[in-house]
Design a protein around this ligand. Structure first.
Ligand SMILES: Nc1ncnc2c1ncn2[C@@H]1O[C@H](COP(=O)(O)OP(=O)(O)OP(=O)(O)O)[C@@H](O)[C@H]1O
Ligand SMILES: [Mg+2]
Length: 361
C-alpha cells in the first residue's frame, strides 16, 4: 500500500480530528470543561484518551511508513537526480533486488548507469553488485530517425508484450504525448528482450534481472571501485587483440543467428574486464529479416569494430568481411535504405547518433 493510501486510512480513525482540536484548546474552553459536571467531565476525558491513542497510532504509522518506504541510498545525487532515481529504482528496492545505490558509473547520452548493492535475498545469484541503467525520460522524444530502427518492429508494452490495442497504436502513430511515452517504453523493452534472447543464446552480454519504471537491472561488470572500461580505452597486445576480435565476430554471428543486429556496435559499447569482453547497449537492435535498413546498419557495426581492432594491429578487409558474414547467413541485401546511413564519414564518429538528434531534432 502506498504512503498516501495509508494516510487515507488515518482519516477513518474516529476522533483524530478531535485530537487536533484538543491540542489547540483555548483557556476559555478549558475553563468551561472545568465547570462541567462530573459525568460530562469523565465523558470528555474518555474522548481525550481516545484522541491521544489515535494521535499515537498516527505517529507510529508515520514512523513505520518512513522506515518502510524511504529508499535512502549512499550516492550523493542532486535533488533532481535523486527524485529520478527514487522513481526508477524505488520499485527494485521494494522488491528487494537492491539495498543501495553506491555511485554513478556513467552518465551516457541515453541513460545513466548506477552501481547498486545487491540485496541479501538475491545473494544466491552470486552478484554482489548490480548495474541499473536508468533512461533519460525525454531523449527519444527528439529523435526523428528512430524510424530507421523501428522499421518492421512491433512495439512492446511495459511487460514486453506486443501492443495491439488500436488506441495505443493510434497514439504512437500520431506521436501524441502518450504515444511518445509508449514508444519510449518500447525502446527499453526492446533492449530487455534483446539482452534476454542473446543471453540465452550464450552471447557475451549482461544478464537482465528486472526491468520497469524506465530502468533495467542487470549484472554489473567490474568491481566496487572500478567499473569495466570500454574497449575503446584499452590497449591490447597482438595476441589478445586477435582473440577478442574473433570473439566479437562470434558474437556478431550469434546475434544474426538470433535475428539481431546490434545497431550501435563499436568499441564504445563493448566492456573489457579481466580478459573478457561484454557487449552492451541494445535499445536500437534490429531484426535483419524485417528491417529494410538492416544491411547498412550491420555493415556500419562491422566496420566500426574492425577499425578499432585495426588500431590494435588486427587487419581485415572491412567491407568484404561484412558482406561475407551477411551472405553466410543467407540474408539478402535490400537496397532501399535511408541515405544518411550511407554517409561513410559517420562510420568513425561515436557521436554519430547524437549528431542525428541535433540535425533532425
Ligand atoms: N552492465 C554494466 N556493467 C558495468 N558498466 C556498465 C554496464 N552497462 C553500462 N555500463 C557503463 O555505462 C555506460 C553507459 O551505458 P550504455 O552504453 O548502455 O548507455 P548509453 O546511454 O548508450 O551510453 P553512451 O552514450 O555512453 O553510449 C557504458 O559505457 C559503461 O561504461
Ligand atoms: Mg553506449
Amino acid at each position: 500500500m502506498s504512503t498516501i493510501e495509508q494516510l487515507g486510512d488515518l482519516d477513518e480513525i474516529p476522533d483524530l480530528g478531535y485530537a487536533h482540536r484538543i491540542r489547540n484548546v483555548s483557556e476559555r474552553e478549558l475553563h468551561s470543561v472545568r465547570r462541567m459536571g462530573k459525568t460530562k467531565r469523565s465523558e470528555r476525558m474518555r474522548q481525550e484518551n481516545v484522541a491521544k491513542q489515535a494521535a499515537m497510532l498516527a505517529q507510529q504509522i508515520t514512523a513505520q511508513i518512513d522506515s518502510q518506504e524511504v529508499f535512502d541510498f549512499a550516492y550523493q545525487a542532486s535533488r533532481h537526480e535523486r527524485g529520478w532515481i527514487l522513481d526508477s529504482l524505488g520499485g527494485f528496492y521494494e522488491q528487494r533486488w537492491l539495498d543501495d545505490v553506491i555511485r554513478l558509473v556513467k552518465g551516457g547520452k541515453e541513460a545513466n548507469v548506477y552501481l547498486c548493492q545487491t540485496n541479501e535475498s538475491v545473494k544466491g545469484l552470486n552478484q554482489p553488485y548490480l548495474a541499473a541503467k536508468v533512461y533519460r525520460p525525454r531523449l527519444f522524444r527528439s529523435l526523428k530517425n528512430d524510424h530507421l530502427y523501428r522499421e518492421g518492429r512491433v512495439n512492446l508494452d511495459e511487460d514486453g508484450r506486443e501492443i495491439t490495442n488500436d488506441g495505443m497504436q493510434h497514439a504512437m502513430r500520431k506521436k501524441t504525448e502518450y504515444g511518445r511515452e509508449l514508444l519510449h517504453t518500447s525502446w527499453i523493452e526492446h533492449e530487455v528482450k534483446t539482452l534476454q534472447i542473446l543471453q540465452q543464446a550464450g552471447a557475451d552480454v549482461p544478464r537482465v534481472f528486472a526491468s520497469g519504471n524506465n530502468a533495467i537491472l542487470m549484472s554489473y561488470i567490474g568491481d566496487k571501485d572500478l567499473a569495466a572500461p570500454v574497449l575503446h580505452s584499452v590497449r591490447l597486445n597482438a595476441q589478445e587483440a586477435r582473440r577478442h576480435f574473433e570473439r566479437v565476430l562470434h558474437n556478431i554471428e550469434l546475434m544474426l543467428r538470433n535475428q539481431r543486429i546490434h545497431g550501435d556496435l563499436s568499441a564504445f559499447n563493448i566492456l573489457y574486464w579481466q580478459g573478457e569482453i561484454t557487449l552492451i547497449d541494445f535499445p536500437q537492435a534490429i531484426d535483419p529479416l524485417v528491417n529494410r535498413n538492416a544491411f547498412p546498419i550491420f555493415e556500419r557495426d562491422v566496420i566500426r569494430v574492425c577499425e578499432y581492432f585495426a588500431r590494435q594491429g588486427v587487419k581485415s578487409n572491412l567491407r568484404r568481411l561484412a558482406n561475407d558474414i551477411w551472405k553466410a547467413h543467407h540474408l539478402k541485401e535490400i537496397p532501399d535504405v535511408h541515405p544518411a546511413l550511407l554517409d561513410a564519414s559517420d562510420v568513425q564518429d561515436r557521436c554519430y547518433w547524437q549528431r542525428w538528434v541535433e540535425k533532425d531534432g
